[in-house]
Design a protein around this ligand. Structure first.
Ligand code: URA
Length: 197
């Protein structure tokens, strides 16, 4: 079996034709950030700006995400950010279960390569695909689940916060809980001085 490397991952995503989403895109959006990060963030799928730039979370939602991370003293470059699907769904619709399943091979490989200790699931698509297909984000956000030594927590997607600011206090609670989890796991030692209190 071929050794799993970042080069293999990148080539596999670039050459992927496993679902129809790649037919209408400008660029693939594999994900980016610190490849040794203890914290991985997983969103839904690229939007227009991400599709144009080939980078995850660089549009309006991404800017809010950068602020949310900054609010707990976490520079965005120190985390790894990616999505459930690597190609933009037309009109930013939610990826179908089949599209998400087809793309799963890439997410698995990338999770294997990063080996995060903590995963923040941004929005219900990420939560449904990685925790429970029936999950209701309004009810389950902020709750931690441990699987094979990896801690996962769903929270609102930043786009949901842009649409409905009344959700922001709960999202802030989740960010504080994320900070506490990182501290509890001793992962603050891996983060820059700035982050330490
Ligand atoms: N929304 C997502 O879920 N992912 C992105 O990369 C951008 C917006």
């Amino acid at each position: 079996m071929a050794e799993i490397t970042w080069e293999l991952f990148e080539r596999q995503v670039e050459e992927c034709r496993l679902c129809p989403l790649c037919r209408n895109i400008t660029r693939k959006v594999p994900g980016q950030g610190d490849r040794q990060a203890p914290l991985m963030l997983i969103g839904e799928g690229p939007g227009q700006t991400e599709d144009e730039e080939g980078l995850a979370f660089v549009g309006a939602a991404g800017q809010l995400l950068t602020k949310m991370l900054g609010a707990i003293g976490l520079p965005r470059e120190r985390v790894y950010i990616c999505n459930i699907v690597k190609c933009r769904p037309p009109d930013n619709r939610v990826p179908t279960p089949e599209e998400a399943e087809a793309c799963r091979i890439h997410l698995r490989m990338q999770t294997w390569l990063v080996r995060p200790k903590v995963i923040l699931l941004l929005g219900s698509t990420a939560a449904k695909n990685l925790l429970d297909p029936e999950i209701r984000i309004t009810r389950e956000r902020g709750k931690w689940t441990e699987r094979k030594g990896v801690w996962m927590m769903p929270t609102y997607h930043p786009s949901a916060l842009l649409r409905d600011a009344s959700k922001k206090p709960q999202a802030w609670e989740d960010m504080k809980s994320l900070r506490e989890k990182l501290k509890e796991l001793g992962l603050y030692r891996d983060l820059p001085e700035l982050w330490k209190e």
